[in-house]
Design a protein around this ligand. Structure first.
Ligand SMILES: NC(=O)c1ccc[n+]([C@@H]2O[C@H](COP(=O)([O-])OP(=O)(O)OC[C@H]3O[C@@H](n4cnc5c(N)ncnc54)[C@H](OP(=O)(O)O)[C@@H]3O)[C@@H](O)[C@H]2O)c1
Length: 240
């Protein structure tokens, strides 16, 4: 049986991917802080899902939970890192910046490293990071969130380059970059090109199956990414 871990499965993209992976025949380990949400998933799927409460900001906890899952599942085929926070923070309040860095940078790095090292040892496995279109450039409203996503993007690219040293060629790294998906996380007002959770999840799963290096969700965000990459900073300052 194929096995997967979803970090950040208690709501939004992680929750919807859990449903899809179970449907596709995976046994799934799900994590998040909210115990009641984890229990709901367990009640729904019984022995097809195992639940593990964790706070990704606590790297010791991440490591403990990771090895508990590995002990229970014995091998892991797929790890999806979907946990994350984002704050609109124009006043640069430290609490918000700090929570974003601890979650999206420190916790996620710990997880990426655990996943990569496991897959190197196993000689197979697929790490999928849910980053964002926000990874491409800076932003005045949510600097820590945008910077954290740029960090994730660069880290995943580094891990991808590192897979060169794994002889089996069976370790894959995918960077999923959503634009706006209809979840609690969708930041800000006047949101455009918002896609439903169902559509986003289907596109993410299709990218996972194809073992894509990078996928924009929905696909049209690739055009925005292209424009953002070539736009000078003075233009961004005027436009966004
Ligand atoms: N929705 C969008 O428009 C959009 C766009 C681009 C990128 N993304 C990215 O997609 C990912 C998923 O977001 P979403 O839209 O599905 O939002 P969401 O519904 O708010 O899901 C966030 C998930 O992260 C978990 N999480 C947050 N802090 C955590 C912590 N300290 N420890 C463990 N788990 C934690 C939450 O679980 P608990 O609260 O139970 O801990 C929840 O399961 C995020 O990385 C986000 O940056 C979303």
């Amino acid at each position: 049986m194929k096995t997967a871990i979803i970090f950040g499965a208690t709501s939004g993209i992680g929750r919807a991917l859990t449903d899809l992976l179970v449907k596709e025949g995976y046994k799934v380990a799900v994590t998040g802080r909210r115990k009641e949400k984890l229990l709901e998933i367990k009640i729904q799927y019984s022995n097809l899902v195992e639940i593990y409460q964790n706070d990704i900001q606590e790297v010791g906890q991440v490591e403990k939970v990771f090895f508990e899952i590995l002990r229970d599942f014995e091998k892991i085929d797929l790890i999806v890192q979907s946990s994350g926070v984002g704050h609109i923070n124009p006043k640069l309040e430290w609490e918000k910046e700090s929570e974003t860095i601890k979650t999206n940078v420190v916790g996620v790095t710990k997880l990426y490293d655990l996943a990569y090292n496991l897959f190197r040892e196993q000689s197979f496995g697929h790490l999928v990071g849910i980053t964002s279109i926000a990874s491409i450039r800076g932003n005045r409203g949510a600097p820590a969130y945008f910077a954290s996503k740029a960090y994730q993007k660069a880290y995943l690219e580094s891990l991808y380059i590192k897979t060169k040293t794994i002889k089996s060629n069976q370790v894959f790294i995918t960077d999923i970059r959503p634009g706006f998906v209809d979840t609690a996380m969708a930041l800000g007002d006047g949101i455009f090109w918002m896609v439903s959770l169902e559509k986003a999840t289907k596109q993410i799963y299709a990218a996972i199956k194809k073992k894509k290096r990078v996928a924009y969700i929905s696909k049209r965000w690739a055009i925005i990414a292209f424009v953002l990459k070539i736009a000078p900073a003075w233009l961004l300052k005027k436009a966004i």
